[in-house]
Write a protein that binds this ligand. Sequence first.
Ligand code: AHR
Length: 503
Amino acid sequence: MASARIVIDPAFRVGSIDRRLFGSFVEHLGRCVYDGIYEPGHPAADADGFRTDVLELVRELGVSTVRYPGGNFVSGYRWEDGIGPRDQRPTRLDLAWHSTETNEVGVHEFITWARAAGVEPMMALNLGTRGVLEAIDLLEYCNVPSGSTLADQRIANGATDPFGITMWCLGNEMDGPWQLGHRSAEDYGKIASQTAKGMRQLDPSVELVACGSSNRRMPTFGSWEHTVLQHTYADVDFISCHAYYEEKEGDLDSFLASGVDMDRFIESVVATADAVGAGLKTDKKINISFDEWNVWYNVRDKEKNTIRGLDNWPKAPRILEDVYSVTDAVVVGNLLISLLRHADRVRAASLAQLVNVIAPIMTEPGGPAWRQTTFYPFAETARRAVGSSLRLTLDSDTHQTDAYGEVTTIDVAGSHDPDTGRTSVFLINRDHGGSSTIEVDLTALPDATVQDAVLIADEDRHAANTLDQQDRVTLAPLTSYTQDGRRLTVELPPLSWAALTLA
Ligand code: AHR
């Protein structure tokens, strides 16, 4: 049995937890938009065609910001296609996902949905096949109250009030050769800087995200961030990180240590950004927007998700519809632990994606909407991690992994909310062969007792929720803990994630 000791002291803080850490992502991809958030004929659809059962689940998930409209999709997107009377909107071929885009949903509909969901919109701009002017035009269309042709066009299209969009992504994964309009770091850095300057001339309140690397294994990782930030440091607020993880045949240990990769990714990008800042002799800090992260069976299911044929461009195809297991939920819980641990510099993040496409929420056309296993660690972390992220002391047994070398068997993050006095602890047991015992030193929290504690674990680590068995995996109460004075002892079952809140 592995063991670990943790010391919690609310005096030691990483930083405040920005609510934007619990963002998500809606892309025009597969059934995320059409037959996902939007299905006009569905019995639960509202007057705008949005599924209210999905909206309810989005609220329950606790999502703060939602990035839109892509992803790879955005690099071939003309935003003007999605405005004006629906019957006059063009039908386009989306090259990123080899699908037909009807443009029934565009920026107006997305803003209507975001308001209904109570989330902050985060817009991605096409800097792949379009440029500075189209980006500024979209900003003017969205944020200028009235008096210009574009602002008045928005009003004529039904939106009297400006959309007031603050967060903007300057392109998507521009380092990736798969990206339409893929550029070198030098070329991207220049266009990102010019776009940012133009956008700020129009609306100085915008917060801008420059594209970082699509993952830590990209051959240009490191040098990409360095070059891009040398061009954009004064112009942007964030650099993005994207990362997807999947279990490789016979290497469960490395998969369960995906959070270690995320830690190293974040810390390398922070080091690179700070080095550029130091070279520029500025005190300004660039933060991270980890605006795509999740488990995604991308390598394993590549063929299944690839559509081909000049005469084959389906609408809302069932692609990237990963069914998540208990193991995947534990890994997602660990990725959230990593994000929380770096809350001082990761000030925004987006679980990719929200509905049907590598998503915590699944739907069936005309049928139900349900929670995947990964819904639970996200919702519980978003709900409990309030206030400050804590700098915890962890002394854990370790084990070897092929991908990341020696890793701790237990991982942990914590939060403390001074307003309510609540402290939350998030734990995972990476040992899939046995339980682990964790001793938590509560000396610095003299009156704290556990108020409630939940667990994700199962005899069958492959168990998942499906249309036929929508609640096969849910949260269970965690009962395997004892408190003796200032010492809390938690026993975690094999391969598990848990959250405890003390008050
Ligand atoms: O989220 C799926 C895809 O992953 C996004 O479109 C792209 O940005 C990334 O490669």
